[in-house]
Design a protein around this ligand. Structure first.
Ligand code: KG4
Ligand code: ZN
Length: 339
């Protein structure tokens, strides 16, 4: 039984997890800095790395305690090498190197984006009958704050990028539109909450289909919301925040779903995996689960946004394939998934 201890510090969450056989979660701890950054309306990089320095060792200790394990019982250490904020990544990578050196356990470097995809493999230790693991070939839709891309995977750790956003990432669009609607940071959950009381058909916002491609574009949609907000404000109308949020969300969900299903048909794929912060969105989850033609794997809610459990899962499959990192590797703040 292979046990991976993982560390994730790519953005504003300091996280550590312990995972058995790539799927079974023994412990997962996330120290969130969200309240600190909410004051700035977004992540403040220098503050984030300082917080990681303060939190990293207590978080690792807490994770081991939660699972009643010692470092000696761990088989390998997995850590996020990128993409992310350089000053934040460095803290996790240095901690992982230190732990690896002190314990003699091998180190595995993981791409944060592949972590988001592998969050769909996770299940809690207590779960008696976990859902079967996603089957290859599959489509992986990654929708996070910094990235939106659709990948075809023929096997573990093999990513063929079919399309990606040409401008804003889906999560970024949620965050920017939330700001336009005077909703708090982070925007995704705030929009989702407002949208629950709104009419998704109230405003026919544009969908960028970009015919013939699996790329995405959300900046036109964001501008359309801005134009509507300006129009309402110029007319001294109270902003119909709920209808605007619901109509915006419906446009994002429709484009993500339609393009993914189109790709599944074209490539003859039966399994679909969704990951990244936006996969926490209930409207998106419901839309994917409502179609019955494909098997959709969506991570448990708390593993959609940044966490270390997902890094352990991807790390397990890397470890199995012998991807052991030398201790002198550097962080890669702009690392892509498919090379
Ligand atoms: O994956 P993640 O935690 O961090 C990155 O790797 O970027 O994603 C964060 C993004 C933010 O843009 C946030 O607004 C969005 O995910 N998000 C959501 C929801 N929860 C988080 N977007 C829509 N609906 C949600 N419920
Ligand atoms: Zn992320």
């Amino acid at each position: 039984m292979t046990v991976i201890l993982s560390i994730e510090t790519s953005c504003d969450e300091t996280a550590c997890a312990l995972l058995q056989e790539g799927r079974r979660l023994l412990a997962s701890v996330v120290a969130s800095q969200m309240e600190i950054h909410a004051r700035y309306g977004g992540v403040f990089p220098e503050v984030a790395s300082r917080q990681h320095v303060l939190s990293i060792y207590p978080v690792v200790q807490q994770t081991l305690q939660q699972a009643s394990l010692t470092l000696q019982e761990v088989d390998a250490i997995a850590v996020t090498r990128g993409p992310g904020l350089a000053g934040s990544l460095v803290v996790g990578v240095n901690a992982a190197k230190g732990i690896s050196l002190a314990s003699g356990k091998p180190l595995v470097a993981v791409n944060h984006l592949e972590g988001h995809i592998y969050s769909a493999w996770l299940h809690e230790a207590a779960e008696q009958n976990p859902a079967p693991a996603p089957q290859f070939p599959l489509l992986a839709l990654l929708v996070s704050g910094g990235h939106t891309e659709l990948n075809l995977m023929h096997d573990h750790l093999q990513y063929q990028r079919l399309g990606a956003t040409l401008d804003d990432a889906a999560g970024e669009a949620f965050d920017k539109v939330a700001r336009l609607l005077h909703l708090p940071y982070p925007g995704g959950p705030a929009i989702e909450q407002a949208a629950a009381q709104g009419n998704p058909a109230a405003y026919p916002f544009p969908r960028a289909w970009l015919e013939g491609s699996y790329n995405f574009s959300f900046s036109g949609l964001k501008t359309a919301v801005l134009r509507e907000v300006r129009r309402q404000e110029a007319a001294n109308q109270p902003l119909p925040v709920q209808d605007l949020a619901a109509s915006f969300q419906a446009a994002v969900v429709e484009v993500l779903l339609t393009k993914t299903l189109q790709a599944a048909r074209t490539y003859g794929v039966q399994n679909i995996v969704i990951g990244g912060g936006v996969s926490a969105n209930r409207a998106l989850r419901a839309a994917f689960l409502a179609q019955k033609d494909y098997t959709v794997h969506i991570p448990p809610l708390k593993y959609c946004t940044d966490n270390a459990a997902m890094i352990a899962s991807a790390g397990f499959y890397r470890f199995q394939q012998g991807h052991i990192a030398e201790l002198d590797f550097d962080v890669l703040p702009t690392w892509t998934l498919s090379s």
